[in-house]
Design a protein around this ligand. Structure first.
Ligand code: ASP
Length: 335
């Protein structure tokens, strides 16, 4: 199933649940801990490994290949993310990404290495490989983040080609959307997913990257969590790493990825840390969490992984011990 369909199904399930008894009772009792769903991701601590948000086996296969050839986790996550950025059929990342409400495809991406160095680009137009531009920001400037026209100009200076990112298919989808929309993004239906990737190389070093076109039909100028270090992504080579997908505003408000890594530092497993980070969102007073999706994936220094989301439908792709698998995430809302 395509990533967008996962999100759509999740959201429909969520709507159905909102009137169901099971959810009502779950709401009542769920104030501190989650309703557990069956985990198919039995954590096995070994490395090298690559994990990514959603069903992106081509991307994890590329990253795995880089590591097998002696490459670093940093090279692996960059090249893995590039696979998705170049894939025009994926309407959420790079070329072919769905545009904002004014018809502009604007990209957000970031990357973080084993030293805690990071680079990020936000609101970048006309350049496919936002993750690579983010890496250049990290490695070839004294800054962490470049935005908009400045990021675009920097990319051209570094030799990235100028390209129209709005494909015919995405243009058509946007034109369809304009006919019926209320001129605001529809949360959690066909409109968000991000490629976030974490890797541990043969030396045991961790890196991560994240790249997205953000919410489809967002306000022009809107930036989500994905390029925000600590929110969309965080790596601490001594502890582990985390990357997020879903409604970026909610991830930013809880500084989600940094939170997950800090919880692992305090002794939680990656799974427990992801669950706690989701519980921070759903336990907020007046949280309308039934109406949006957030998902986290995390890995610790031993190569144990975790994944958790609010709604059903989120998944993680994991390449470990020569096996490249897509695993359904456990989730907060029960069916
Ligand atoms: N987190 C991204 C954003 O809010 C969207 C996504 O994950 O689909 O921009």
């Amino acid at each position: 199933m395509k990533r967008r369909n996962f999100i759509k199904n999740a959201s429909l399930t969520g709507v159905g649940l909102a009137v169901g008894n099971s959810l009502l009772s779950c709401d009542d009792k769920y104030k501190k801990t989650s309703e557990k769903t069956v985990s198919v991701d039995a954590p096995k601590g070994s490395f090298p490994l690559v994990i990514a948000t959603w069903n992106v086996k081509n991307a994890t296969a590329k990253a795995w290949e880089v590591i097998q050839n002696g490459g670093s986790a940093l090279d692996a996550v960059e090249q893995g993310c590039m696979v998705e950025e170049a894939d025009e059929t994926g309407q959420s990342v790079g070329k072919g990404g769905l545009p904002d409400r004014d018809g502009h495809v604007t990209l957000d991406a970031c990357i973080m290495d084993k030293y805690g160095n990071c680079g990020s680009v936000v609101f970048l137009e006309n350049v496919v490989h936002a993750v690579s531009v983010a890496r250049k920001v990290m490695e070839e400037t004294p800054h962490v983040m470049l935005a908009g026209k400045g990021a675009e100009q920097f990319a051209y200076e570094k030799g990235f080609p100028k390209e129209n990112l709005l494909t015919e298919a995405s243009k058509k989808a946007w034109e369809e959307w304009k006919k019926t929309s209320e001129y605001k993004p529809i949360i959690n239906i066909e409109n968000h997913d991000t490629i976030g990737m974490l890797a541990i190389d043969k030396n045991g070093d961790i890196s991560g990257a994240c790249t997205t076109s953000g919410l489809a039909y967002k306000m022009h100028g809107r930036v989500g969590d994905s390029p925000i270090i600590g929110s969309g992504l965080f790596v601490d080579n001594e502890i582990g790493a985390c990357v997020a997908t879903g409604l970026g505003e909610e991830v930013v408000k809880t500084v989600g990825s940094f939170l997950v890594v800090e919880l692992m530092r305090q002794g939680k497993s990656p799974q427990e840390a992801c669950e706690e980070a989701i519980s921070r969102i759903v336990n907020k007073p007046n949280s309308n969490y039934k109406d949006f999706q957030v998902g986290y994936i995390a890995v610790n220094k031993k190569g144990e992984t975790g994944t958790y989301s609010i709604h059903q439908g989120f998944s993680m792709t994991k390449f470990q011990e020569n096996s490249n698998e897509n695993l359904q995430s456990t989730h907060f809302l029960t069916e």
